[in-house]
Design a protein around this ligand. Structure first.
Ligand SMILES: Nc1ncnc2c1ncn2[C@@H]1O[C@H](COP(=O)(O)OP(=O)(O)O)[C@@H](O)[C@H]1O
Ligand SMILES: O=C(OP(=O)(O)O)[C@H](O)COP(=O)(O)O
Length: 655
């Protein structure tokens, strides 16, 4: 799924709230590693060049919801000010008057850093009120915090539920490399895992048994595996309670035809200290009591070299030994060098953050890998095959596929014939782009013929707002599908909440109408939606499920793609209340999943799902970029030139 990025947005004079990961190590007020600050610079600079006003949010450490000076972002803001040509301001608050005044005074091209987001208790809880507040400070959210993408917090995921969230360059790069190797690695695909704890990496190993061709294990975690194989490991670090699991993984690797490569020798010492006697022992001989393994040995390195030969994709997570001490760094350095050789020969290499990135940096090799991730936990979770909430919340690009994007207007009982004609004449030539969207006008019965005539030969299609399910006869006041077809009407809105509530239409009646419209080759725009009471009682999905299942009763798989479905929460129709993008997306996703259950995934993906309910140009962007929203069914705003703006928003967003 391709994500929207800063490149898709016009930032001119916009207020941008940008989540970065400035969680950098600070000792005695000094930043000891500024990699993450530097990694965020390209996005900050780009947005500033576009004349935006930038508000930066980040956490630092784990202050547990309290304001603690040692976790202040002040030193980071100061360093950022040195790294950027633009002025960087800092407010030692996360909300309130001081923040709002600073935001209001902010000029285009300036940066404002707010205090540590984790000084707020609501940050880690993804508190809706806090997220709404931060969202209210800006027009758009840029998410460049890959290191935090495995957390669903207010400053990344929460804000995205209120205003559109797009990826920054760092996020884009991380997704490209890490997402790429996890979903579609060029084979052979090898993963080298090290570090201290098996328990931290179980999930990764389990997932990799389905994907990788070879898994290399080093670091302290190798001893849990070696012990599980019955080898003597002396006083090396291992996890007693993970022995069975290690056995299980070794067996699964065999079953899955994945090579799980364990070290054949180790560097041992009596203590984890520099400068003591150390020696190399073969694992077949075992490690004596009183000695511990602190690095992989030279024979292992040779074995790894052999087994890595020809590998096209390699991911490395976790050092091979206690690389922080020179006596035990050779294994980690050796593996880093092997990966660099592979990279030079054209393979893709990725370091999954954390200590391995620090090791690569220490050996001066970091720049020689295809990609060094800024996320430790985040990259591990990606390797585990999990969806990261901080990636999922970023808007998805709208791509032209077989599915149509649609902007439909429902005029309801408004405009007489001459008003209708005058308005439609204004729209012609200005609205829509036939290649990208279908524009449909749902006009009153009295204007259908006239508007169909005026729009004939243009890209505007005409819809009625109702019809009857019989073909002709004694149905006083009703209109038949044939009558509509006869005057070149192509669509019909069915099951609108006003028809349901005021005119007593039931799911059964709507179902009959849908069937008839399909038979007569009129495209139904089938409306569903819950009332406020149903929402408040937690019955949204029950209501929608009933409407969809009964409305589509006996509609077969080959017909579902001829139907447009519009989700219109009744409480948002004509009330000025609009569903937040997240609320709308939640129900759209539910509908898509339900259709998938009923008709299969492939067919469900092609159904056009429209959102309706107080849609306006000011809120449409955030709604339309949602993954499962394919357009709008617009009431009030379709009576005005706002309708043209809505079409323009869609045109810009569809690539
Ligand atoms: N054989 C070993 N015995 C004890 N500690 C080890 C051993 N090998 C590696 N380590 C330590 O493991 C730490 C890294 O572990 P971990 O946090 O799991 O890695 P990462 O951060 O890369 O995921 C390093 O500090 C390293 O010194
Ligand atoms: O440094 C981070 O994690 P990482 O060291 O696993 O990459 C991120 O900023 C997330 O921080 P957190 O693990 O306190 O949520």
């Amino acid at each position: 799924m391709e994500k929207m990025t800063v490149k898709d947005i016009d930032f001119e004079n916009k207020k941008v709230i940008m989540r970065v990961d400035f969680n950098v190590p600070i000792k005695e007020g000094k930043i000891t590693d500024e990699t993450r600050i530097k990694a965020a610079l390209p996005t900050i600079k780009y947005v500033l060049e576009q004349n935006a006003k930038v508000i930066l949010l980040s956490h630092l450490g784990r202050p547990k919801g309290e304001k603690k000076i040692e976790f202040s972002l002040a030193p980071v803001a100061k360093r950022l000010n040195e790294l950027l040509d633009n002025e960087v301001l800092f407010v030692d608050e996360t909300r309130g008057e001081k923040v709002e005044t600073a935001v209001n005074k902010l000029k285009s091209g300036q940066v404002l850093v707010l205090e540590n987001t984790r000084f707020e208790k609501g940050e880690k809880k993804n508190d809706a009120e806090l997220a709404t507040y931060w969202a209210s400070l800006a027009d758009i959210h840029v998410n460049d915090a890959f290191g935090t993408a495995h957390r669903a917090h207010a400053s990344n995921v929460g804000i995205a539920q209120n205003i559109p969230s797009v990826a920054g360059f760092l996020m884009e790069k991380e997704i490209k490399f890490l997402g790429g190797v996890t979903t579609n690695p060029e084979k052979p695909y090898a993963v080298i895992l090290g570090g201290a704890k098996v328990s931290d990496k179980i999930g990764v190993i389990t997932n990799l048994l389905e994907k990788a061709d070879k898994i290399f294990i080093g670091g302290a975690m190798m001893f849990t595996f070696l012990k599980a194989q019955g080898k003597e490991i002396g006083s090396s670090l291992y996890e007693e309670d993970k022995l069975d699991l290690a056995k299980d993984l070794l067996k699964k690797a065999e079953d899955n035809n994945v090579e799980l490569i364990l070290p054949i020798d180790a560097v041992v010492a009596q203590k984890l200290e520099a400068g003591l006697e150390n020696r190399v022992v073969k694992m077949d001989d075992g490690i004596e009591k009183g000695w511990m393994g602190l690095d992989i040995g030279p024979e292992t390195l040779k074995l790894f070299e052999e087994k890595l030969s020809g590998v096209k994709t390699v991911v490395w997570n976790g050092p091979m030994g206690v690389f922080e001490i020179e006596d035990f760094e050779k294994g980690t350095r050796g593996v880093a060098e092997l990966i660099v050789e592979l990279t030079d020969a054209g393979s893709v290499s990725v370091i999954g953050g954390g200590d391995s990135a620090a090791a690569a940096e220490k050996f001066g090799l970091a720049k020689k890998f295809s990609h060094v991730s800024t996320g430790g936990g985040a990259s591990l979770e990606l390797l585990e095959g999990k969806e990261l909430p901080g990636v999922a919340s970023i808007a998805t690009k709208k791509k032209l596929t077989e599915k149509k994007f649609i902007l439909a207007g429902n005029w309801k009982m408004n405009k007489n014939n001459s008003e209708a004609a005058a308005f439609v004449n204004k729209l012609i030539g200005k609205i829509g782009n036939e290649e990208k969207i279908d524009v449909i006008l749902g006009v009153p019965f009295t204007s259908l013929e006239k508007i169909a005539d005026i729009t004939s030969g243009t890209n505007i299609k005409v819809s009625s707002q109702n019809m009857y399910f019989e073909e002709s006869g004694a149905y006083t006041g009703e209109i038949s599908p044939d009558m509509l077809k006869d005057i070149n009407v192509t669509h019909v809105i069915l099951g609108h909440s006003e028809r349901r509530d005021i005119f007593g239409e039931t799911n059964e009646i709507i179902n009959k109408k849908i069937k008839k419209s399909l038979e007569k080759e009129l495209t139904p725009i089938f409306c569903v939606g819950e009332h406020l009471e149903e929402r408040e009682k937690g019955l949204i999905f029950n209501t929608i499920e009933k409407q969809i299942k009964e409305g589509l009763n006996e509609i077969e798989k080959d017909e579902i793609n001829k139907i447009i479905i519009a989700y219109e929460p009744v409480w948002a129709i004509g009330t000025g209340k609009v569903a937040t993008p997240a609320q709308a997306q939640e129900v759209h996703k539910y509908i898509r999943d339900l259709l998938s259950e009923m008709y299969g995934e492939e067919v469900a993906q092609k159904v056009t799902l429209l959102y309706g309910g107080s849609v306006k140009p000011s809120n449409y962007f955030g709604l339309f970029i949602q993954k499962d929203i394919d357009g709008g069914l617009v009431g009030g705003a379709s009576l005005k030139e706002d309708f043209i703006d809505l079409a323009n928003i869609m045109n810009e967003l569809i690539k």
